[in-house]
Design a binder for this molecule. Structure first.
Ligand code: ZN
Length: 129
């Protein structure tokens, strides 16, 4: 009788413990793979950082760059150039970015928006042509 009880108890604990371990592992994997806890959109004009916008706050800002304007919008954890008066409109057509290391480049204005986060060191300077 005692032996049976002893066998029972560890088994009862094993399942919730295992479930917990699995849950924690999934959480940690998602966390490290998907998103660092803090991410920012770094706005640079002519190689100089002019703004660092947290991606978890919806914001809109207009930057004067290269004789024109770039409208940068942060929405739902992503950043995009929503409007610009540059000649190519490549930056406006670029998709919203949210992953560390991704960039939107407005070559005519020399403006670069890069997602930075705790996983990366300072992103090496991009050469914009
Ligand atoms: Zn542009």
């Amino acid at each position: 009788m005692d032996a049976a009880k002893l066998k029972f108890k560890p088994m009862d604990l094993l399942i919730p413990t295992a479930a917990l371990v699995v849950a924690v592992v999934i959480l940690v994997l998602n966390f490290t793979r998907e998103q660092p806890s803090e991410k920012w959109a770094e706005v640079r004009i002519g190689g100089q950082t002019v703004a660092v916008l947290p991606l978890d706050e919806n914001t809109e800002a207009v930057y004067e760059a290269g004789g024109g304007h770039n409208h940068v919008t942060v929405q739902d954890g992503k950043v995009l150039v929503s409007a610009a008066d540059c000649s190519t409109q490549v930056c406006v057509r670029s998709r919203a970015i949210s992953r560390v290391g991704e960039s939107i480049v407005c070559a005519p204005h020399g403006l670069v928006v890069t997602v930075v986060g705790e996983r990366t060191e300072t992103v090496p300077d991009l050469i914009v042509r």
